[in-house]
Design a protein around this ligand. Structure first.
Ligand code: ADP
Ligand code: NI
Length: 236
């Protein structure tokens, strides 16, 4: 990804942390997140964050969003996922705030980044979503896109495998989860997850750029499912 700001002032070691250049701040944040997330095998690994970061930058650029906020929020959005802290939604924003305070980012930018992190996670098809800023919309689109297409399929089966779920059971139908608790508890096979989340994402995109990418990824998943059922019944 092209950097927007080329360092022209002294190197990292000689500048005060509170005046850190945006590019340095982003690099340090990336390293921090990579360290914290190392070892995750549930689909929230560093490489998920990396992909969200990259596509968030692309969408943010096209949508003329504040890219510093977009990149920081994308990097920190899964620092402590709510599903792995007994549904405690405040852990992620708190960890993000601690980090951004420690590197001396100004309070209003920190506040904006933390609000995005608190607001973007998917909590079930029937659960109401908070209003997001443009930057929040961009990061949410980027996060949702990583649950779609070829990568999204890989992540779904990786997640299902980590939870010991079947890949498919024709007798178990998908359900629309009206609460975050119901979504968390659902124990169905992984193909159901396509109907409970992945195929719904296309119509929930916030930005025109995100929608265009989502259309393609959605089509890929539809093609994949068609083929999956054919193979299941020995038809291909
Ligand atoms: P995000 O990182 O977008 O917040 P989630 O935390 O909802 O995504 O889920 C992480 C990944 O695991 C996503 O790719 C998602 O589709 C997948 N996943 C979540 N729940 C399930 C499930 N019940 N079955 C299969 N995959 C799932
Ligand atoms: Ni994510």
């Amino acid at each position: 990804m092209a950097r927007r700001i080329t360092p022209t002032t002294p190197t990292k070691s000689t500048i005060a942390i509170s005046t850190m250049l945006p590019a340095d701040l982003i690099d340090r944040t990336a390293l921090h997140v990579k360290t914290v997330l190392s070892g995750d095998n549930t689909g929230h690994d560093w490489w998920h964050v990396y992909r969200v970061w990259k596509i968030a930058h692309r969408i943010g650029h096209d949508e003329k969003a504040d890219l510093l906020i977009v990149e920081l929020a994308a990097l920190l959005h899964d620092i402590a996922d709510w599903k792995f802290h007994d549904g405690n939604l405040s852990v992620g924003p708190k960890m993000a705030k601690d980090w951004l305070d420690s590197v001396g980012l100004n309070p209003s930018t920190t506040e904006h980044v933390c609000q995005i992190i608190a607001g973007i996670s998917f909590k079930g098809a029937g659960v109401e979503q908070p209003v997001l800023s443009l930057e929040g919309k961009v990061v949410q689109d980027a996060d949702r896109l990583d649950a779609m297409g070829a990568i999204g399929i890989a992540r779904a089966f990786a997640y299902g495998g980590a939870k010991g779920r079947d890949i498919y059971d024709p007798g178990v139908q998908p359900t629309e989860h009206r609460t975050a608790e119901a979504y968390l508890k659902s124990g169905g096979h992984t193909i159901n997850h396509f109907y409970e989340k992945l195929l719904l994402l296309k119509d929930r995109m916030n930005t025109a750029t995100g929608r265009a990418v989502a259309e393609e990824r959605h089509q890929f998943m539809e093609d994949y499912l068609r083929r999956f059922y054919e193979e299941w019944d020995g038809d291909s």
